[in-house]
Design a protein around this ligand. Structure first.
Ligand SMILES: Cc1cc2nc3c(=O)[nH]c(=O)nc-3n(C[C@H](O)[C@H](O)[C@H](O)COP(=O)(O)OP(=O)(O)OC[C@H]3O[C@@H](n4cnc5c(N)ncnc54)[C@H](O)[C@@H]3O)c2cc1C
Length: 439
C-alpha cells in the first residue's frame, strides 16, 4: 500500500514539476516588471498549458518502461483527463489576457495580422476537436482509424502553432536559452509522434509473422495463431498485448491492439482470441495460413504480481483473453496459488475458451464461475449480470488485501465491477483493469 501511494505521489509531483517547468524557466530570463497580476496570470496559463500539451505526447508514445508503472488503462484515462485540463488552460490563457487588456483581442483580428489570426484560430479549433472528437467519434460515424489519423494531425497543428506563437509573442521566451528550451519542448512532442507513427512500424518491418492457423472458437470469435518468420519471436509477460497489423507492410492504417492468450512459456508461437466488432476484426476469420502480419509490443500492465497470495479475474466476453494467458502461464509454471475466474457472457455460444478453462481448472487451483445473461433453459450456473451480490457471494473467501483483482470486459460491466470491488474492501492498488475500447 505504501509503495502504491508513494508511486502515485512521485508521479503527481513529477507531472506538476514538468507542467510548471516553463514558469521556472521564464523566471530565469528577463522578467518584465509592472505588468499586473491578470497579465502575468494569463501568460502563466499559456506557458503551463504548453508544457501540459507536450506531456500529452509523452503519455501516448508507447514507452515500454511506462507500462510497469501505469498500465494502458491508466495511461489512457490520464491522457483524456489531462487533455481536458490542457484545453481549459489554453482557452483560459487568451480569456484572462483579454480581461486584463482588451487590446489582446487583436491576436485574433485578421486585419491586424491575417496569418497569425488564422493559425491561432485553427489551433484553438484543433484543440477543441482533439478533446471532443473522442467523445463523439461513434455518433459522428468516424472510424477508429480515421479518428487516429485526425488526432495525430490535429495534435501536430496545435503543438506547431504553440511553438510559433510562444516565439512570436516573446514575453518570457525572448532570451536565446528560453527560445531553445521552448523549441526543444515542441520538438520532443513532434519526435514522439513520429516515433509512434513511423519509427515503431519501421522497426517491426524486420520482424514479420506468418498466420499459422485461424479457427472459430465461439460466436464471432476467432483464434489466430502466429509464427515468427525468420526471427526468434517476441517475449512478453502473461496479460500483456501487442499491436497487430495484417498484410505486407507494418505502415498500414489498420493497427489494432490484442492481448496474447498463449502462455508466456509456450515458445515462439503466439495465439490471440479476436472478436468481430468492426471492419478490421470482421476480416480476421478470412485470414489464410501463410499470410503476413506484424506485431508491435509487448505493452500493458495487466500482469500478475508474483507476491499476490491469489488472484480473482472478473471478465466479460472477449475480455477473458488476458486472463487466459495469465492462467495458462501459471499452470505452466506449476503456480499453485488459489485463483477464481468470474466469466460473464450473454449466451452459451458466446463463451470462448470453455474447454480451455475446464482443463485449467483441473490442472491448477482454479475455480470458474460462468455467468450468462440469457441462458438456455437447462443452464445450471449463475444467471443475469455480474452484480455486487454475485461478487460478494463468490468472492467471500478471497482475501481483499493479499489477492490481486483483475477486471476486463465491456465498459459498463467494468465500471460496475470496479465500484463493487472497491466497496467490498479491495484496495485500489490491488485492482488491475484493462479497457478494450480505447476511444
Ligand atoms: C489493450 C487492449 C487489448 C485488447 N485485446 C483484445 C483481444 O484480446 N481480443 C479482441 O477481440 N479485442 C481486443 N481489444 C479490442 C480490439 O483492439 C478492438 O476490438 C479492435 O481494434 C476493433 O477494431 P475494428 O476495426 O474491428 O472495429 P471498429 O469498428 O473500428 O471499432 C469497434 C470498437 O473497438 C475499439 N477500437 C477500434 N479500433 C481500435 C484500436 N485500434 N485500438 C483500440 N480500440 C479500438 C473502438 O472503441 C470501437 O468503438 C483490445 C483492446 C485493447 C485496448
Amino acid at each position: 500500500m505504501v509503495q502504491g501511494l508513494l508511486r502515485i505521489g512521485f508521479w503527481s509531483v513529477a507531472y506538476l514539476a514538468v507542467a510548471t517547468l516553463p514558469l521556472a524557466i521564464a523566471l530565469l530570463g528577463q522578467v518584465p516588471s509592472g505588468r499586473g497580476f491578470l497579465l502575468e496570470l494569463g501568460s502563466g496559463l499559456g506557458l503551463v498549458g504548453f508544457a501540459m500539451l507536450v506531456v500529452q505526447f509523452v503519455s501516448t508514445s508507447r514507452f515500454r518502461w511506462v507500462a510497469p508503472y501505469f498500465g494502458t488503462d491508466a495511461q489512457i484515462q490520464f491522457h483524456r483527463a489531462t487533455g481536458i485540463m490542457v484545453l481549459a488552460f489554453v482557452v483560459a490563457h487568451p480569456l484572462v489576457l483579454w480581461i486584463s487588456n482588451p487590446q489582446y483581442l487583436e491576436y485574433l483580428d485578421p486585419r491586424a495580422n491575417l496569418p497569425r489570426a488564422l493559425f491561432l484560430t485553427a489551433a484553438t479549433v484543433a484543440l477543441v476537436l482533439l478533446v471532443v472528437l473522442p467523445l463523439w467519434r461513434i455518433s459522428l460515424g468516424l472510424s477508429y482509424e480515421w479518428w487516429r489519423i485526425t488526432h495525430g494531425g490535429l495534435a501536430l497543428v496545435v503543438i506547431l502553432v504553440g511553438v510559433a506563437h510562444g516565439l512570436q509573442v516573446g514575453h518570457y521566451i525572448s532570451g536565446i536559452t528560453n527560445q531553445i528550451l521552448w523549441v526543444t519542448g515542441g520538438g520532443v512532442a513532434v519526435l514522439l509522434l513520429l516515433k509512434t507513427r513511423l519509427w515503431k512500424p519501421w522497426q517491426v518491418r524486420k520482424r514479420p509473422w506468418r498466420v499459422a492457423d485461424v479457427r472459430s472458437i465461439a460466436q464471432d470469435v476467432s483464434q489466430v495463431v502466429l509464427d515468427p518468420d525468420g526471427h526468434e519471436g517476441l517475449a512478453f509477460r502473461a496479460g500483456q498485448y501487442a499491436w497487430l497489423t495484417i498484410g505486407n507492410t507494418p505502415f498500414a492504417l489498420q493497427q489494432h491492439p490484442f492481448s496474447f492468450v498463449s502462455s508466456d512459456r509456450a515458445g515462439s508461437r503466439l495465439e490471440f482470441g479476436i472478436k468481430e466488432t468492426g471492419d478490421f476484426t470482421a476480416t480476421i476469420k478470412d485470414l489464410r495460413p501463410g499470410e503476413r502480419a506484424y506485431l508491435e509490443g509487448p505493452y500493458g500492465r495487466f500482469t500478475l504480481d508474483p507476491a499476490a497470495a491469489g488472484a480473482v479475474f472478473v471478465v466479460g466476453g472477449i475480455g477473458a483473453t488476458p486472463a487466459i494467458s495469465i492462467l495458462r502461464s501459471c499452470r505452466d509454471r506449476g503456480d499453485q496459488r488459489p485463483m477464481r475466474l468470474i466469466y460473464a457472457n450473454n449466451h452459451l455460444e458466446d463463451i470462448a475458451f470453455r474447454d480451455v478453462l475446464e482443463q485449467l481448472a483441473s490442472d491448477m487451483n482454479l475455480s470458474v464461475v460462468h455467468v450468462l445473461e440469457s441462458p438456455p433453459p437447462d443452464w445450471q450456473g449463475a444467471t443475469g449480470r455480474v452484480t455486487p451480490e454475485l461478487l460478494a457471494r463468490h468472492l467471500a473467501d478471497c482475501s481483499k488485501q493479499d489477492w490481486q483483482y483483475f477486471v476486463c470486459g465491456p465498459a459498463p460491466m467494468m465500471d460496475a465491477v470496479e465500484r463493487a470491488l472497491l466497496e467490498q474492501g479491495v484496495p485500489l492498488w490491488r485492482l488491475v483493469s484493462e479497457r478494450f475500447d480505447l476511444v
